[in-house]
Design a protein around this ligand. Sequence first.
Ligand code: NI
Length: 208
Amino acid sequence: MMKKRLVRILVILILGLGTAAAIAAYQIQTEGHQSLSQYNETNPSIIAKDFGGDFTLVNQDGETVTQDNYANQWRMIYFGFTYCPAICPTELQKIAQALNAAGDKADQIQPLFISVDPERDTVEVMKNYTALFHPRLIGLTGTLKQVEQAKNAYKIYAAKVQDETMSDYTVDHSSFIYLIDPEDNLRAIFKTEDKAEEITQVITTILP
Ligand code: NI
């Protein structure tokens, strides 16, 4: 009787550990990022019209900007946060690589990095961070309310998560690179799986 119960407890424990390990492995793998959508290579014309919306944010030089500052031009927008351990820096590096490789056409594109963690991503932090990736990369942050508005405008999911293995929190967020044309049409969405070369190819194909 006793032995049977012990075995059962042991089995439950092992299953529990296995599940916990699997969840941990999944979390490490996805690193709190979501990937939902994808660029439709067969129809690259327009994915969505009137994409995005109104926002008021502060750039890395401390200037208040709105959507109007970037209107009527090509934009590549990525939402993330500077404390992100792996995916955000990888995605920003991809943007920089793709722009550099796309030549003159890429000069039309304004790359924007919008923080989903304004509490830690101050203007100064954004200034230092964006400089690591591309000279034309603009970093935008703001108050919690301002960032919330920008997130909603671009349908970005982001939520603070307390990580027990770390003293500080992390931010679970969707990870998409949006390519938007001067008429506010969403023209491409790049996911974490997409390589810089693929982004370059889309830029050189779609941009005039
Ligand atoms: Ni990230």
